[in-house]
Ligand binder design. Structure first.
Ligand code: ARG
Length: 461
């Protein structure tokens, strides 16, 4: 018989058991569920709501169940619906009447909210840890390449010279913000909902703060309806995961481009590429493509849950059971993507010669040539026009600006002098961009040091 079967005269249709049961996926919450029950039972015993001996028996019984689940010895039952009732049923089978007292002053509605909050806390911590590892890899690559010149792009057209180190540190900034987002996710989830009951609290003298303390929560929820009805903290995780996947996906897209024969800025390690079943020459960046592709499913998890929640009246509705597969899928996808991406990036070989050639060949010093004329007294808008004509001429001649001899440069402006060749060299273009946050090697070095300090000071939970 079902734990809630008292009011029913008929058995649940097998189709319904199959349709509404969540045990196939929420068994993943067994650790959180049992930890929550142990804290609840301990508090019930301490408050004298159930006999102290029963509380002890419950705690011991639950520990045994947890060990057996971890050892793969427990067979979950579909008609026990979910992890909460599977565990409770097992407990009653094992310890008898004492087990029937566990659910005093509690509902599955506050129980599942608790489990999900504990899961999200762990998942946020785990994600931040993996992001930190990626940030370490980025610092390591960046510190080797503060003076490695490459073209920076806008509209995927070569724009101005930057360094590989500067490019890597751009991603460092993004992933360090992702870490901070996960820290906020953790803080939002770190509020203990037990005591909300089904929706309207409970008549028992629960000590909610004690349960929060036993489970390592910083606070308790302050409204019983809200405590069981919202899953915004799950959305927070899904959003933070989506943003991180978006960052990974852009990075993957760049690696795919850089790995192409057209760019040849990077050589992906054989261990992270795959071949073609028909074209013998192929070495495809499948891992990067798949991370880019999987970004869509994490966005789907977020959009799906937001859509599930948008029309729900307070408080609990069964629709909310849909939160878990989205959460688990996003967590699995994010974790796998971060792990494999970090390994793949660490194994990349950068072709610094091609990067330098790319920077030198694409008029990336045109802005600097205009700035040169400005420093000699010409208004910027005029200088822009002069260099525009000069570039057009060079395009027609298939030359770079500095390929032209001084006499020819002077036909575009009398202000050109012999120092133009040094002033617009790739090296000067990089080192003169010496503003805070800019690509000058010293500035990138500063950002690497600030980044290391951020990582050293970062903590979550
Ligand atoms: N399996 C359910 C869920 O995930 C647990 C809560 C069920 N509560 C209820 N009143 N049916 O949401």
């Amino acid at each position: 018989m079902k734990l809630w079967g008292g009011r029913f005269e008929k058995k649940t249709d097998g189709l319904v058991d199959d349709f509404h049961s969540s045990i196939t996926f929420d068994q993943r919450l067994y650790h959180q569920d049992i930890a929550g029950s142990i804290a609840h039972a301990t508090m019930l015993g301490e408050q004298g709501i159930i006999p102290a001996a029963d509380a002890r028996a419950i705690v011991e019984g639950l520990r045994g169940i947890e060990a057996d689940i971890a050892a793969g010895k427990v067979h979950f039952e579909l008609d026990a619906e979910d992890i909460h009732m599977n565990v409770e049923k097992l407990l009653i089978e094992r310890i008898g009447d004492a087990g029937k007292r566990l659910h005093t002053g509690r509902s599955r509605n506050d129980q599942v909210a608790l489990d999900c909050r504990m899961y999200v806390k762990d998942a946020a911590k785990e994600a931040a840890g993996l992001m930190r590892e990626l940030c370490e890899t980025l610092l390591c690559i960046a510190s080797k390449h503060t003076a490695t010149i490459m073209p920076g792009y806008t509209h995927l057209q070569r724009a101005q010279p930057i360094s590989l180190g500067h490019h890597m540190m751009a991603y460092f900034q993004m992933f360090s913000r992702d870490m901070q987002r996960m820290k906020e996710v953790y803080a939002h989830a770190d509020v203990m909902p037990l005591g909300s009951g089904a929706l309207a609290g409970t008549t028992y003298p629960l000590n909610r703060e004690r349960v929060a303390e036993l489970l390592g929560f910083s606070a308790i929820t302050l409204n019983s309806l809200d405590g069981v009805a919202d899953r915004d903290f799950v959305c927070d995780y899904l959003y933070a995961a989506s943003v991180c996947m978006m960052h990974l996906s852009r990075f993957c897209e760049e690696l795919i481009l850089w790995n192409s024969h057209e760019f040849r800025f990077v050589e992906m390690d054989d261990a992270y590429a795959t071949g073609s079943s028909i074209m013998p020459q192929k070495k495809n960046p499948d891992v990067a493509e798949l991370i880019r592709g999987k970004t869509g499913r994490v966005y789907g998890d977020l959009t799906g849950l937001l859509t599930t929640l948008k029309g729900l009246p307070l408080a609990y509705n069964k629709d909310m059971q849909e939160d878990k597969e989205a959460l688990f899928d996003a967590r699995d996808t994010l974790v796998k993507s971060l792990v494999v991406f970090n390994a793949m990036l660490a194994a990349c070989t950068f072709n610094t010669e091609n990067m330098a050639r790319g920077a030198a060949g694409g008029f990336t010093n045109a802005t600097d040539a205009a700035d040169y004329l400005v420093k000699k007294g010409m208004p910027f808008r005029d200088a822009h026009a002069v260099i525009g004509h000069l570039v057009l001429h060079c395009v027609k001649e298939n030359k770079a600006i500095l390929d032209l001899p001084l006499e020819e440069l002077k036909t575009f402006s009398e202000l050109f002098e012999a120092d133009i060749y040094e002033a617009c060299s790739m090296h000067a273009c990089l080192t003169l961009r010496d503003v805070p946050g800019g690509p000058a090697p010293g500035r990138v070095q500063e950002s690497i040091e600030a980044g290391q300090a951020f990582l050293n000071g970062f903590s979550i939970g």
